[in-house]
Structures are given as structure tokens and as C-alpha cells.
Design a protein around this ligand. Structure first.
Ligand SMILES: CC(C)(COP(=O)(O)OP(=O)(O)OC[C@H]1O[C@@H](n2cnc3c(N)ncnc32)[C@H](O)[C@@H]1OP(=O)(O)O)[C@@H](O)C(=O)NCCC(=O)NCCS
Length: 150
């Protein structure tokens, strides 16, 4: 069946079930319904979804605070990975933060999450420090940063 081009848009409250399904299928430590709902309701949150053929197939949860974009979660349906959908979400998040005057983007990612680190590097993030024992299972986090100006 032919596919329509993916569309990235801000996430809305009606996307909550789709966001929770992505949390469950993409993360070992899924956020709670209350936690994800807060990402849709609070003023500093900048959640995005990507739709394909009218279905939400990926999400990005981020905050824009004091000019700094903090990307907390990027998730793509496991069946649809390596098709550029995660990249579309990250690129759109960066563009929107720039348009709002953001100066810097940062995130933490598991040091063993090679696909995510590759994705962020492709979008201009550089590795910063290492945070040992950052995750519940003792895994380390790599801090990654990207200038949003210039
Ligand atoms: C990280 C994630 C969002 C990427 O989504 P995606 O739609 O597959 O992303 P893209 O297709 O845009 O890019 C994936 C990149 O990872 C690379 N990649 C895939 N598997 C890889 C691996 N095992 N090792 C290294 N790089 C890998 C791909 O080659 C691609 O990079 P390229 O375009 O430079 O070749 C997706 O894998 C995911 O949902 N993972 C689970 C949740 C997660 O870990 N999120 C990130 C931390 S919050």
C-alpha cells in the first residue's frame, strides 16, 4: 500500500494513548500516564509527534526553559525504525526551538544506545560529559549538546 509522507506536528491531549503505547514499546522504563500527560499540558513542554498515514508512529518529548531545549524522549515504532522518522522529529524540535529564540539544546542518552547517539550526532550534537550510574540499572549517560545559534 502506498505511504503518504510523514508529518511532524505538536502533540495534543488526544495523542495521549498513542504516546503511552510508544512509551511501552520503546522504553524499559516507560513514563506513567500522569507523567506523559504533564508533557502535553505544561507551558514549558514542546512535545511533537510524527504521523504516517494518519497514525502516530513516533514522539519527541522536550522542554524549552530559559532558552535551552532539553530533549527528554524520542521514540519511534520499532517496526518503522531506520527510515528517518526519529531524525525528522529531532530536526523539527531544533527548528522550533530556534524559532522561539532557543540558544542551546541538550540531552542525556544511555552510553550504550548507539542508534540514538548516531541520530543525535547526525543532527549536530556533540558528546559532552559522562554521568556514571545515571539510569536505574546503573548504566551511564552521555550528555550531548548542540548550539542553536549561527
Ligand atoms: C533512537 C530512535 C528514536 C531512532 O529512531 P529512527 O526513526 O530509527 O531514527 P532515524 O532513522 O532517523 O536514524 C537512526 C540512526 O541510527 C543508526 N543506527 C541504527 N541502528 C544502529 C546501531 N545498532 N548502531 C549504530 N547506529 C545505528 C542508523 O544508521 C541511523 O543513522 P544514519 O541516518 O546516520 O544512518 C529509535 O531507535 C527508538 O525509538 N529507540 C528506542 C527509544 C530510544 O532509545 N530513544 C532515544 C533515547 S530517549
Amino acid at each position: 500500500m502506498p505511504q503518504t509522507a510523514p508529518v511532524v506536528r505538536p502533540a495534543l491531549l488526544r495523542d495521549l494513548p498513542a504516546l503511552l503505547a510508544l512509551e511501552a514499546s520503546c522504553f524499559d522504563d516507560p513514563w506513567s500516564a500522569d507523567g506523559v500527560r504533564a508533557e502535553l499540558e505544561q507551558g514549558h513542554c514542546r512535545p511533537l509527534v510524527v504521523e504516517r498515514d494518519g497514525l502516530v508512529v513516533g514522539s519527541l518529548l522536550a522542554w524549552l526553559l530559559a532558552g535551552e531545549l532539553q530533549i527528554n524522549r524520542v521514540a519511534v515504532d520499532p517496526a518503522l525504525r531506520n527510515q528517518g522518522l526519529g531524525g525528522l522529529l529531532v530536526a523539527e524540535s531544533l527548528l522550533r526551538a530556534q524559532a522561539e529564540g532557543g540558544t542551546r539544546a541538550l540531552l542525556e542518552v544511555r552510553a550504550d544506545n548507539a542508534p540514538a547517539i548516531a541520530l543525535y550526532q547526525r543532527h549536530g550534537f556533540a558528546k559532552g560529559g559522562l554521568r556514571k550510574n545515571y539510569y536505574h540499572d546503573g548504566a551511564a549517560a552521555v550528555v550531548m549538546v548542540r548550539d542553536l545559534q549561527g
